[in-house]
Design a protein around this ligand. Structure first.
Ligand code: DGL
Length: 259
């Protein structure tokens, strides 16, 4: 069992930012990454649709024999992870916006959160935000249109710049000192965000924490691969493999899969 792969899924190619953190921390673990780009974005869909898509992705990875599943998508985690944990036996790792560290570290008492509509409107996000940031000025912003542009490979485009400028303005006006990236697609925008934000604003996401939690849960369940010295990593998408390949710096082969 411990030589079986870690399964990772996202609504698209953004979760590769999480895969990179996991692969860096656990380089000898086999992985299978599933990008449901055909159905991206999940953000504007309702809870039921997000749960159904998460079930489809999970069952694909379970049928491939994955020993643990990382839901590398804030939108799927905040809407579907309770259902997935109640339904399947494998351990699940989810990702949520890093509101807690931002709320603990802000000096200006003002933090910005950029995430999808599905994440910001979820009960799980409201709960976490209520516990950790109720006494802070939290500027929430739906990143409408961002995932679509990233899925098209338009990371550094003029359209992206215009969108981000609009979304960041209320945050800059509120003098935030932390920007939380609440969507796994967004770490790919960090170079552009650094350009557009005042230099004192720190950008945080949950990628590293997810990798650490993956390691902890594998260890606790006796699932760590302690024998292999290198890993096999498979990437599947029902979208355009060439764009995902670019995000992986062309180091890995991406296969088209009709699922
Ligand atoms: N990467 C997904 C997330 O973390 C994007 C969601 C979407 O497809 O809208 O939320």
């Amino acid at each position: 069992m411990n030589k079986q792969a870690i399964g990772i899924f996202d609504s698209g190619i953004g979760g590769t930012s999480i895969w990179k953190e996991i692969h860096t921390l656990l380089p000898n673990e086999d992985t299978i990454y599933l990008a449901d780009s055909f159905n991206a974005p999940y953000g504007p869909k309702g809870k039921e649709a997000i749960i159904n898509l998460s079930i489809k992705n999970t069952e694909y990875l379970i049928n491939k024999g994955c020993k643990l599943i990382v839901v590398a998508c804030n939108t799927a985690t905040t809407n579907a992870i309770d259902y997935l944990r109640d339904t399947y036996k494998v351990p699940f790792i989810g990702i949520e916006p890093a509101i807690k560290p931002a709320a603990l570290q802000t000096k200006n008492n003002a933090i910005g959160i950029l995430a999808t509509k599905g994440t910001l409107s979820s009960a799980l996000f409201s709960k976490t935000s209520g516990i950790f940031a109720s006494n802070k000025n939290v500027i929430e912003q739906v990143g409408e249109g961002i995932v679509e542009l990233i899925e098209k490979g338009k990371l550094q485009s003029e359209e992206m710049k215009v969108l981000l400028k609009t979304y960041l303005k209320p945050m800059i006006d509120a003098n935030i000192d932390y920007l939380v990236l609440g969507c796994t697609h967004y770490p790919y925008l960090i170079p552009l965000l650094v350009e557009l934000l005042p230099s004192h604003v720190k950008i945080i996401d949950s990628g590293e924490a997810v990798a650490r939690q993956t390691k902890t849960i594998l260890k606790e369940n006796n699932l760590l691969d302690t024998e292999s010295f290198k890993s096999n990593n498979h990437f599947y998408t029902n979208g355009d493999p060439s764009i995902m390949q670019l995000l992986l710096n062309s180091k890995f082969n991406v296969e088209y899969l009709d699922f």
